[in-house]
Design a protein around this ligand. Sequence first.
Ligand code: NAD
Ligand code: ZN
Ligand code: ZN
Length: 376
Amino acid sequence: MATAGKVIKCRAAVAWEPNAPLVIEEIEVGPPQEGEIRIKIVASSLCHTEIFHLFEGKDKRGFPTVLGHEGAGVVESVGPGVTDFKPGDKVIPVSVAQCGECRFCKSPKTNVCDRNWINYHVDLMSYPTTRFTCRGRPILQFTNTGTFSEYIVINRIYVVKIQDDAPLDRVCLLGCGISTGYGAAVNTAGVTPGSVCAVFGLGAVGLAAVMGCKNAGASRIFAVDINEQKFEKAKVFGATDFLNPKAYNKPISEVLAELTSGGVDFSLECVGNTEVSRAALESCIKGWGVSVLVGYTDVDFSARPIQLISGKTWKGTLLGGFKIKDSLPKLVNDYMTGKIMLDEFITHKMDLEQINDAINLMKTGQCIRCILNISK
Ligand code: NAD
Ligand code: ZN
Ligand code: ZN
């Protein structure tokens, strides 16, 4: 590769500051160092976590940054010590690590690797070291990825090699939202056959949770959203009942309790709103109900102790509990063999230059997932 070992100049969408449009810039991407891989990003989608960082988060230190963490691409070059990847490999870079060596990676109980940046820098929403510079300034890689750039550099513990025939403009979705929602249902909640489920929030994460509930054999799946336009899609993924909390003059947990004789077996919060988290917990049946927090926010939440004392379980999930290297290649194969859907999440396709339009569509609830062509 003619570019190996050299600085690459390429296009990226830079978020110089919060609450402002992204700017397409020429950036420099340094060569990969020990254990790192440089990837040419082919496609990337947009997840609500970008919207959170740009507009909603309290901590404003994580700027300037290149957003994007649902990407897929091809290895351009590898740094010293990298033997398990080679130029030309198709890969998905993920914001979640699997080092394979720490006690968390060695335990089947969790996918929370001890080396993950999230353990130490969650308020910055990135690892402080970056290989990106622009106009003489270091630019952060959002959630350690930064896939709204034609090239990124990332440690091999965050990279998954996938099969050669996988379409990168679809499987990029497995880098975050779809794996998260799907795994939240099948892994974290452990949805059982015949159970009754409720999914709050019908973005890609929530719709993937609906798909997980369906594939796990749930008999009834309530799809809950304040935007009723999302209900039609939820039906495609297997939802059986549709509720808009704003259409009732009592709490949605009471509505669900009446419809299910006491509450649902499993509820999944896929919004990132602490009021909704509480409602999801309160919607579970006492004795055995399990509620999973999937949506991300940085404010405290509360609930009455009796909710848990009465036998409910409240859990959270990171990337649906999937250990990336063990599970993402299987999910890619599940897509290729028709076991899980991906195409149905895609409502828009755009070029990187249209990134601000894509952001607006997501902010205003008009899009499920927009796939951006990153490299021409
Ligand atoms: P999205 O914006 O596409 O979807 C959110 C949905 O919630 C929308 O349909 C919206 O109408 C609905 N909603 C808003 N307020 C509501 C309310 N009060 N009651 C019911 N529904 C409401 O977002 P997304 O990309 O699907 O992401 C969802 C959440 O998951 C975000 O908080 C994101 O940060 C988080 N997330 C977490 C992880 C993880 O590993 N835990 C990974 C990816 C995303
Ligand atoms: Zn580890
Ligand atoms: Zn995400």
